[in-house]
Design a protein around this ligand. Structure first.
Ligand SMILES: NC(=O)C1=CN([C@@H]2O[C@H](COP(=O)(O)OP(=O)(O)OC[C@H]3O[C@@H](n4cnc5c(N)ncnc54)[C@H](O)[C@@H]3O)[C@@H](O)[C@H]2O)C=CC1
Ligand SMILES: O=C([O-])CC(=O)C(=O)O
Length: 356
């Protein structure tokens, strides 16, 4: 009889926590195995997704919940997190999932996190450039980074929100202002450019994309996306036409998807895949594994610019080593100059947004 009553109480507790009204009442913990008989929760890292209810955020949350290195997954957005959290929580994987809705719950979403992934903000529409998103996304990134500086200053940050070339400098300035800036922990996510480059190069070579590794340096917009085809692994040579075709296609991969979706969206699925892959590398780095290498847009001394994407080695402290560009051919040297000219302005714009 008593056991029966206990079970009923447990069930009532779970049902109450699942009710969407919890989100409006400021109760942030929604789906938490602490309420269940089996406590669950494998050892691992605590990861937050900010913008979790969006096109990228939803698929990314799904993929992160499948990652055995994630023990706690916090899903934060200004809309729709109750539904996304309930949905993702039904997956029979290990991580505890908690949802957080709206600015008043941002601090709870961030407290104690090891890794914060940010796909929050508006995406572009056909005809827009990534820079057209600056006005709205700059303010969103500032607010979220202020929260990170306050609640989890030691977390690794994976910044996806566009324009990445400017939002990373914005985040850096926010952290500097707060006195928490550690350049190694702030990573602009350019992984989709690498994923695209590997795919398109593999198509041309007629090989499996999983066997291809293309370094993509610079930034994440148009000519600032610079694939180094002379450094492709396995070593390969390309004709001038192939080089031109591949460089253009990699630089305009985002626009290719925006146009194909014809107003109904932008790259969300491939981006979620790329972000999950990149976050996974960050977690392997945090675990202390050796030889974890990815391209990322970081605080850098590789060029005269304060931020630049190159290969980095990920470790317990974040981007522990930043690799030089390596030998470039003439085509790449010209591309590099173009990339730097555009990047300089984008970086300046981000810095001024916080300093003004
Ligand atoms: N770095 C990269 O390679 C790529 C970056 N992106 C960028 O990622 C961003 C998100 O894209 P999508 O997911 O497709 O857009 P989306 O509009 O589908 O989702 C964005 C989400 O952010 C949320 N959001 C807005 N303001 C917020 C705030 N203050 N706090 C928390 N969440 C907030 C929205 O409610 C929405 O759920 C865009 O800026 C897009 O340009 C997209 C593809 C590739
Ligand atoms: O093109 C966009 O706006 C989204 C993006 O950054 C990409 O797909 O690379």
């Amino acid at each position: 009889m008593e056991a029966h009553a206990g079970a009923n109480q447990r069930i009532a507790r779970i049902s109450a926590h699942l009710h969407p009204s919890n989100f409006q009442e400021g109760g942030d913990v929604v789906i938490d195995r602490a309420n269940c008989r089996a406590k669950g929760g494998a050892p691992g890292f605590k990861v937050a997704v900010l913008g979790a209810a969006g096109g990228i955020g939803q698929s990314l949350s799904l993929l992160l919940r499948m990652n055995p290195l994630v023990s706690v997954l916090h899903l934060y957005d200004v809309v729709n997190t109750p539904g996304v959290t309930a949905d993702v929580s039904h997956m029979d994987t290990g991580a505890v999932v908690r949802g957080f809705l709206g600015q008043p719950q941002l601090e709870n979403a961030l407290t104690g996190m090891d890794l914060v992934v940010i796909p929050a903000g508006v995406p572009r529409k056909p005809g827009m450039t990534r820079d057209d998103l600056f006005k709205i996304n700059a303010g969103i990134v500032r607010t979220l980074c202020e929260g990170i500086a306050k609640c989890c200053p030691n977390a690794i940050v994976n910044l996806i929100s566009n324009p990445v070339n400017s939002t990373v400098p914005i985040a850096a300035e926010v952290f500097k202002k707060a006195g928490t800036y550690d350049p190694k922990r702030l990573l602009g996510v350019t992984a989709l450019d690498v994923v695209r480059a590997n795919t398109f190069v593999a198509e041309v070579l007629g090989v499996d994309p999983r066997d291809v590794d293309v370094p993509v340096v610079g930034g994440h917009a148009g000519v600032t996306i610079l694939p180094l085809l002379s450094q492709v692994k396995p070593p390969s040579s390309f004709t001038a036409e192939e080089t031109e075709y591949l460089t253009n296609r990699i630089q305009n991969g985002g626009t290719e998807v925006v146009e194909a979706k014809a107003g109904a969206g932008f790259a969300t699925l491939s981006m979620a895949y790329a972000a999950a892959k990149f976050a996974n590398s960050c977690l392997h780095g945090l675990k202390g594994e050796a030889g974890v290498i990815e391209c990322a847009y970081v605080d850098s001394q590789v060029t005269e610019l304060p931020f630049f994407a190159t290969k980095v080695r990920l470790g317990r402290a974040g981007a522990e080593e930043i690799f030089p560009l390596g030998p470039l051919n003439e085509y790449e040297r010209i591309g590099l100059e173009k990339a730097k000219r555009e990047l300089a302005g984008s970086i300046q714009k981000g810095v001024e947004f916080i300093k003004k």
